[in-house]
Design a protein around this ligand. Structure first.
Ligand code: NAP
Length: 249
């Protein structure tokens, strides 16, 4: 029986992914900054342990408590929407600490055990913002695009040890807590000069076309974790798949 460790399982895509892997018969280590066992099925195949990906101590403790794992899913992430000019580098660093350096730290923490075993899969959840340019999402896109570039390169050296790396690129998911969790961070990031540009964009967000559900992402993470080819990119959700197809043509 295989074991997956997933970051950011308290809500949204991570929570759905933990439920899905459990339903598929895996051992699941669902990690959260503030563990809440009531969110997930009570089962001997389900463990909830604390993990903040911005803390090296927390990463070391979580991986020690987890024991050997077969798959790491780097799902934890935070967002920011706003005019680049108005977004402080302190906010940019906060976003990169979780979305970029948090993922790098998790990867470096699990690679030794995967390399010694000559097996293992790392699934990095990025975003459809890497598939097309979205307005007012510069810092967030940069944090996720860094992981896309890193993963593509590192896939070569890890392939030498039979470690696979996968990118899951979800589309816009209004059902998660992503926007709510970023609300405080986004205060004041649309200065008056940008309002005429930003207002129609926010109005369009209130009425999106195809979107991505938590289940869409869980199923694609599952597919990516079980994919034995060298395929790197896995768009998740109707909107992301449409962008990925448009990019290919
Ligand atoms: N929803 C979208 O539109 C969308 C689109 C494309 C990609 N994504 C990506 O999908 C992933 C999941 O997002 P979501 O939409 O499911 O949002 P969400 O509901 O806000 O879930 C994000 C999860 O990450 C956790 N997290 C945040 N900072 C963390 C840290 N330092 N250490 C550990 N966990 C941390 C949150 O935990 P707390 O409860 O402790 O805050 C939460 O469990 C993210 O990587 C996001 O960038 C989302």
């Amino acid at each position: 029986m295989k074991t997956v460790l997933i970051t950011g399982c308290s809500s949204g895509y991570g929570l759905a992914t933990a439920r899905h892997f459990h339903a598929m018969g895996w051992n699941v280590i669902a990690t959260m900054r503030r563990p809440n066992v009531n969110l997930l099925p009570q089962s001997e195949r389900m463990r909830v342990i604390p993990l903040d990906v911005t803390s090296q101590d927390s990463i070391v403790s979580a991986l020690h408590a987890a024991g050997p794992i077969d798959v790491l899913v780097n799902n934890a992430g935070i967002g920011v929407v706003g005019a680049f000019e108005a977004t402080s580098l302190a906010i940019a660093r906060e976003v990169f600490d979780t979305n970029t350096f948090g993922v790098m730290s998790m990867m470096q923490a699990v690679i030794p055990q995967f390399r010694e075993r000559k097996a293992g899969v790392i699934v990095n959840v990025t975003s459809s913002t890497t598939l097309a340019s979205f307005p007012l999402a510069g810092i967030y896109t940069a944090s996720k695009t860094a992981i896309e570039g890193l993963s593509g390169s590192v896939a070569h050296e890890l392939g030498a040890f039979d470690i696979r790396i996968k990118l899951v690129e979800p589309g816009y998911g209004p059902g998660t807590r992503f926007t709510e969790n970023g609300g405080q961070r986004m205060q004041g990031l649309i200065p008056d000069a940008y309002k005429p540009f930003a207002e129609p964009i926010f109005a369009a967000f209130a009425n999106p076309g195809p979107v991505t559900s938590e289940t869409d992402v869980a199923e694609v993470v599952w597919q990516a974790a079980n994919d034995t080819t060298d395929r790197l990119h896995f768009a998740a959700g109707a909107d992301a798949v449409a962008l990925a197809n448009a990019k290919r043509h």
